[in-house]
Design a protein around this ligand. Structure first.
Ligand SMILES: Cc1cc2nc3c(=O)[nH]c(=O)nc-3n(C[C@H](O)[C@H](O)[C@H](O)COP(=O)(O)OP(=O)(O)OC[C@H]3O[C@@H](n4cnc5c(N)ncnc54)[C@H](O)[C@@H]3O)c2cc1C
Length: 381
């Protein structure tokens, strides 16, 4: 039986990222995805690639990922656009935080520009006058149309690098011998590899469930909406005041603790984990979100992953209307789910010499996976 150097289980962005770096090293790679194509968080997300949202340690993975996306985009259309990211401050506290983050990034040589309320209005004429106080712009950042980007990267790896892919097979068992690891699907078909990396996203309990302490990982449900195409242009990833108060990068700002301490923890946005983000797609529609509800694997049923809670969507639209004057006719709404480690930025475990689990990268997978996987593959091969 043919032996692959690397078998990757799961065709989301983490799996693709490991496959990509394995292929760059000339390895024979097989990717196995249980659906006809990846269907998880990686295609349900915003597609914002925002290293600016991370603390210094993870920002480097986001910057490396950006470089890899752009390199792929220079060779094949993977539906990514370099339009920058902008954080719009709505009050004095948020202004303080963007000024402090600008300073941190200047010291770290990551390009950012403070811009005035007037400059923001010129760039985004639909921005409400009484919302914007100023903004911080990151010109190097990109965004992806994830529903297209994930299949496009998959296709690029198959066509450009000879990656083997098997769709529609769910892996249910893996064991290791002295020389190889063998993976089995539900029908008992098997494949053999030197190393196996499992990137099964929020379905992490489907393989080696005993390896995941229940309290260490949580599931997070996010609600999202997409408007009908707009006649106005809204370039880049647009992040607003509550994002400034939420993203990890701002927690490294000197004033963050003081500002957070003054916040009303019982406010609806804090209880629902809502912050308002906008991203225009290539077709002109605007993706709007998002909310965050949390549960352990035992409480998964409480999240009602198949349902969209209309009152949360109504709240997000009402808040978005205070920020941007656009057409809020919705073309579709959906909920996505990711797994998130509570003990660190990612769950990474070596099950045996040849079997590795990598999951629970949380809300940063589109931004950081390509960078993180590069380091992981370099350690393994
Ligand atoms: C609504 C939403 C918005 C987000 N926005 C952003 C954003 O703007 N920027 C950002 O950086 N991150 C964002 N994220 C987070 C990001 O999408 C995730 O971190 C990332 O997609 C996780 O990728 P993954 O490959 O681990 O998981 P997934 O994308 O879930 O992929 C796992 C894959 O494994 C397959 N699989 C599972 N079990 C098996 C098995 N036994 N055999 C074979 N295949 C299997 C599944 O079918 C699936 O395709 C967002 C997430 C959501 C839900």
């Amino acid at each position: 039986m043919f032996k692959y150097d690397l078998i990757v289980i799961g065709g989301g962005i983490l799996g693709l990222s490991h496959a990509y770096h394995g292929l760059q090293k000339g390895l024979k790679v097989l990717l196995i995805e249980k659906n006809t194509q990846a269907m998880g968080a990686s295609i349900l997300n915003f597609g914002q690639v925002v290293p600016s949202g991370f603390g210094v340690e993870w920002q480097k993975y986001g910057i490396a990922s950006t470089r890899h996306y752009l390199d792929m985009a220079s060779k094949s259309d993977i539906s990514v656009r370099k339009e920058g990211s902008i954080y719009i401050a709505s009050d004095e506290d948020e202004m303080t935080l963007i000024e402090e983050l600008h300073h941190i990034n200047t010291v770290n040589a990551y390009p950012s520009q403070l811009i005035t309320a007037q400059q923001c209005k010129e760039k985004y004429p639909m921005l409400k006058d009484d919302y914007v106080k100023g903004a911080l712009f990151f010109p190097a950042e990109i965004n992806a149309d994830s529903r297209k980007t994930i299949p496009a990267i998959t296709h690029y790896l198959v066509r450009g690098f000879g990656m083997h892919i098997i769709n529609g097979k769910r892996i249910v068992d893996i064991y290791e011998t002295e020389n190889e690891a063998i993976v089995f699907d539900t029908a008992g078909d098997k494949w053999v590899g030197g190393q196996v990396i499992i990137c099964n996203g929020s379905e992490y309990q489907s393989l080696f469930p005993e390896e995941f302490p229940k309290e260490d990982i949580q599931l997070v449900k996010l609600q999202m909406m997409e408007t009908t195409p707009q006649h106005k242009s809204m370039p880049g990833s647009v992040l607003t005041g509550w994002t400034i108060r939420r993203y990890e990068s701002f927690s490294e700002c000197p004033s963050y603790s003081r500002i957070k301490a003054d916040e009303d923890k019982t406010s609806l946005q804090n209880q629902l984990g809502v912050h308002i983000l906008f991203k225009q797609t290539a077709s002109g529609s605007i993706i709007l979100g998002d909310s965050h509800e949390y549960a352990t694997i035992d409480e998964e049923h409480l999240l009602q992953l198949q349902d969209n809670n209309q009152s949360i969507n109504d709240f997000m639209v009402a808040e978005a209307k205070k920020i941007m004057d656009i057409d809020y006719t919705m073309a579709r709404t959906w909920a996505g789910c990711y797994s998130q480690s509570k003990k660190g930025p990612i769950f990474h475990k070596k099950i045996d010499h040849r079997i590795h689990v990598v999951t629970a990268i949380g809300g940063k997978g589109m931004t950081a996976s390509l960078g993180w996987a590069e380091e992981h593959i370099n350690k393994l091969f």
